[in-house]
Ligand binder design. Structure first.
Ligand code: NAD
Length: 346
């Protein structure tokens, strides 16, 4: 098998990270994972191996431990690049515990960039988010739309991290970076072996749907059906996690091949289509045959009404395009939930 070189994936046992590890291995990369398992489980390493046939090298530690990050770089001097997923990601929790978010999301990035600077590592892809746009003035939203005041400490860490990366690229000759602004990743790998595995009550729609369908939650709340959207519920650009994972391979290769002549670039990663919460529920019910127990609840403070991506730059410059449909997203999410619950109960 060809070896295209070593890629470090931080947060590689997490939801998007694990799918990206599989794609990287399948493309011939040697994958090294750093994860502290604060929001994931070690069995995911077995699952990555089961799907791809290769076991990634796993380093279990916290990116906040600067000495361990330094030792990692010292021991792995020939990294081709880094894909940096590791962060805390619950918007609501970030409002209650802002310092945890500023510590974890900002210092993790700083420690990683320090290591890259010191050890000559060149390329980094960073997980940003469409939260940086807030409620955009026009839709679809493109990369030059203004970054709006953040609605939460979590959102603010994404904005600040983009700036940290941009400033570092400007100041350190050898470092180049791409920030990918994800829209709403859902779905799971076709094998049903990896998927989204939230700890505690899910903060996102899709795992709440699948857990309700499985009987773990009594009822799903749809927050608001009186917005100015066709069916009154909020609209998002849902993207299949495997399509999203593939965007990372293309982005890291763009950096490795020296194609990003600007040094720092930003791309939207979405499908370009908006679907409402009620449409996602309908797709889930259609693909699984399960009638979902849901109710309409009052609007939730701070929710963006509608957002979807302008994907032109990603499609043309990056050469990436989302391929999977909403039905593939909802059905794969269900297959994963069912498989996981059944395997966990054995
Ligand atoms: P996740 O929680 O499933 O994965 C993150 C992983 O990072 C976890 O395995 C966690 O244990 C690890 N981690 C966290 N802090 C760490 C630290 N200090 N040291 C080492 N490991 C640490 O989240 P995800 O959904 O896969 O998201 C990955 C990235 O994408 C995050 O940066 C998130 O903010 C961003 N993002 C996610 C979404 C989404 O809806 N899932 C949307 C936009 C952006």
């Amino acid at each position: 098998m060809i070896n295209k070189g070593k890629i470090l994936v931080t947060g590689g046992t997490g939801y998007i990270g694990s799918h990206t590890c599989v794609e990287l291995i399948e493309q011939g990369y040697e994958v090294l994972i750093i994860d502290n398992l604060s929001n994931s489980e070690s069995f995911i390493i077995d699952r990555i191996e089961e799907i791809s046939g290769v076991r990634p090298k796993f380093y279990q530690f916290d990116l906040l431990e600067a000495d361990k990050v330094d030792t990692f770089f010292d021991e792995n001097k020939n990294l081709k690049g880094i894909i940096h997923f590791a962060a805390s990601k619950a918007v609501g929790e970030s409002v209650k515990e802002p310092l945890k978010y500023y510590q974890n999301n900002l210092m993790g990035m700083v420690n990683l960039l320090e290591g890259m600077k010191l050890y000559g590592v060149k390329n980094i892809v960073f997980s940003s988010s469409c939260t940086v746009y807030g409620q955009p003035d026009s839709l679809p939203v493109n990369e030059s739309a203004p970054v709006k005041p953040a609605e939460s400490p979590y959102g603010y860490t994404k904005q600040v991290n983009e700036n940290i990366l941009k400033d570092t690229v400007a100041a350190v000759d050898h470092i180049r970076g791409i920030a990918l602004r994800y829209f709403n990743p859902i779905g799971a790998h076709a094998s049903g072996l990896i998927g989204e595995l939230p700890k505690g009550v899910p903060a996102n729609l899709m795992p709440f749907i699948t857990q309700t369908a499985y009987g773990l939650r009594e009822q799903l709340s749809v927050f608001g059906d009186d917005y100015e959207t066709p069916d009154g519920s909020c609209i998002r650009d849902y993207i299949h996690v495997v399509d999203l994972a593939k965007a990372h391979i293309i982005a890291i290769e763009r950096l490795v091949d020296g194609k990003n002549t600007d040094g720092y670039e930003v791309f939207n990663i979405g499908t370009g289509n908006g679907f409402s919460v009620l449409e996602v529920i309908k797709s889930f019910e259609k693909t699984t045959g399960i009638k979902l127990n849901y109710k309409v609840a009052p609007r939730r403070a701070g929710d963006i009404v509608q957002i979807w991506a302008d994907t032109k730059i990603g499609n043309e410059v990056l050469g990436w395009k989302a391929e999977k449909t909403l039905d593939e997203m909802t059905s794969s999410a269900w297959t994963w939930e069912k498989n996981y619950r059944e395997s966990a109960s054995q």
